[in-house]
Design a protein around this ligand. Structure first.
Ligand code: TTP
Length: 478
């Protein structure tokens, strides 16, 4: 089993302090190399639009920090824990840049486009799956094998060892050179593959830096789960290799909630039912025990996960699977009536209409499913939400039609709720189909049949869909 898990070269790449970097490179004279934090716009204040090219340095703002440059982190500024005023006390030189705004909400287009430019470079040597606004997975197996065979099976050394790390059986090695400079017999096949991939990643990260100026961090392993864990281990500007031998050490004391897919409700129920908190503890349960608690399919998956096995493939996808836009309404702005919900759906619809048109022109595709998601903040934390969503076939992509359909869905939901409130509202379109070459868009739209079924479990695209409750991180939607 373990050997079969060691034949792929999978990488997870995450940009460092992404929005802050984008702002630093947009205005390098003033911001590059300086402590910078990107702040949210003030939903109760000046709602005028600010384009990316406008001066958006508002150092007297007390907005919440959504991205903090590593220069600012070194000076003690913390995302999530501080607002503008406190952050400037800790670091008086801190430059507070407000996100661009349009339609009375944050406009992430500039960040989205910058992320796409990075993915285009990273995808040059293998399969690239864009996972969020600033993250992707790469499958570099073919390229790594090619280079390895050209080097007669000796893994090439990275052009630079700066900030290259390796996690071995005993934990992270002090100097990655020691891992590379071993005698030939001590290398396993999987290690050769990952070492070669690490050298490729040094090259790709350098290309991103040279062409766009951005730095990113990478995790290199045999599957997506391990690669994702590894990419965050030595940020910024770093890469971390996790060969099979290093997996038990990495997982032993790792909190269960840190594993992709176990950060939400299911992960909580695994921890409470088994009375555990770490992946190492999860690994002590037999398949039969897990089966008794979670059913055969989940048990097998958990059993594999606890050993760091994961077979999910990297899908070729640099285009987003969905286009979404939303807004939060906290405090006095909380929505409690259907009228303002319709108004805001109209505003969100305007942004979405423009983005669908841009996407159609660039990618010759058309969405078929409309989803509205609404939620309430969970406790005091501003990052997690209790959300519900409803979907329906998308008939027309103009703002008014989308707002009307979405409003209908919210109305049906509200009819069964008592004293409801909405603190976050998102609409998105997905289930894209290609527009055949040579078809005019008007003809294509006339010809469209029913939407393909939705991707959410238990849903029917043509009817109101199932409710999806749980933790939703809203920052990384594309
Ligand atoms: P992250 O990748 O979580 O963080 P980051 O890139 O700023 O920093 P790190 O180097 O630690 O990865 O998020 C990517 C971008 O998403 C971030 O730059 C800003 C945005 N974001 C939000 O808008 N709200 C949030 O709550 C978070 C966590 C991020």
């Amino acid at each position: 089993m373990a050997e079969a898990q060691a034949n792929r070269a999978i990488v997870h790449v995450d940009l460092d302090a992404f929005y802050a970097q984008v702002e630093q490179h947009r205005d390098p004279d003033r911001l590059l190399g300086k402590p910078v934090a990107v702040i949210q716009y003030n939903p109760y204040g000046d709602l005028k639009s600010y384009k990316p090219e406008d001066d958006r340095v508002f150092n007297s703002s007390n907005g919440s920090l959504i991205a903090v440059s590593y220069e600012a982190r070194a000076a003690g500024v913390k995302r999530g824990a501080m607002r503008g005023d406190e952050a400037r006390k800790v670091c008086p030189e801190l430059q507070l840049v407000q996100v661009p705004t349009a339609n009375a909400k944050a406009d992430l287009t500039h960040y989205r486009d910058s992320g796409k430019q990075v993915m285009d470079i990273l995808g040059r040597l293998g399969t690239c799956e864009r996972a969020s606004i600033d993250e992707c997975y790469l499958d570099l197996t073919v390229e790594a094998r090619k280079r390895l065979s050209a080097a007669a099976g000796h893994p090439p050394r990275p052009t630079s060892f700066e900030r290259v790390h390796v996690c071995t059986e005993q934990g992270p090695v002090e100097d990655a050179r020691d891992w590379w400079d071993r005698n030939d017999q001590s290398w396993g096949d999987g290690e050769r593959l990952l070492a070669t991939t690490a050298a490729i990643m040094v090259e790709l990260r350098a290309a991103v830096r040279a062409e766009l100026g951005y730095t990113c961090s990478a995790g290199i392993a045999h599957n997506k789960i391990l690669a994702k864990l590894a990419s965050g281990m030595h940020k910024p500007m770093a890469e971390t290799v996790v060969p099979l031998a290093g997996v038990p050490h990495l997982l032993e004391s790792l909190p269960v909630s840190k594993l992709r897919q176990l950060g939400g409700k299911f992960g909580n129920s695994v921890m409470s039912k088994l009375g555990i908190s770490t992946v190492g503890e999860l690994a002590t349960f037999s398949l039969a025990k897990l089966d008794a608690h979670f059913g055969e399919q989940n048990a097998r998956w958990l059993h594999n996960l606890a050993r760091g096995f994961d077979e999910e493939e990297v899908q070729q996808r640099t285009l987003p699977k969905s286009l979404s836009c939303g807004k939060t309404f906290q405090g006095p702005n909380t929505l409690r009536k259907l009228e303002p919900v319709l108004k805001w759906l109209g505003e969100l619809g305007k942004e979405l209409e423009t983005r669908i048109a841009t996407d159609r022109a660039a990618n010759s595709r058309e969405p078929r499913l409309l989803t509205v998601q609404f939620g309430r903040a969970k406790g005091k934390g501003w990052r997690e939400w209790d959300s519900s969503s409803r979907s329906t076939a998308l008939q027309k992509c103009d703002a008014a039609s989308m707002a009307k359909s979405a409003h209908e869905l919210v109305k049906r939901w509200a009819a069964n709720e008592q004293a409801w409130t909405i603190e976050s509202l998102f609409i998105s379109v997905s289930n894209f189909v290609p527009i055949p070459t040579g078809t005019s868009i008007t003809r294509f739209l006339k010809q469209r049949g029913p939407a393909p079924s939705a991707s959410e479990p238990g849903s029917s695209a043509l009817a109101v869909q199932s409710t999806e409750k749980g933790k939703v991180k809203q920052k990384k939607a594309l």
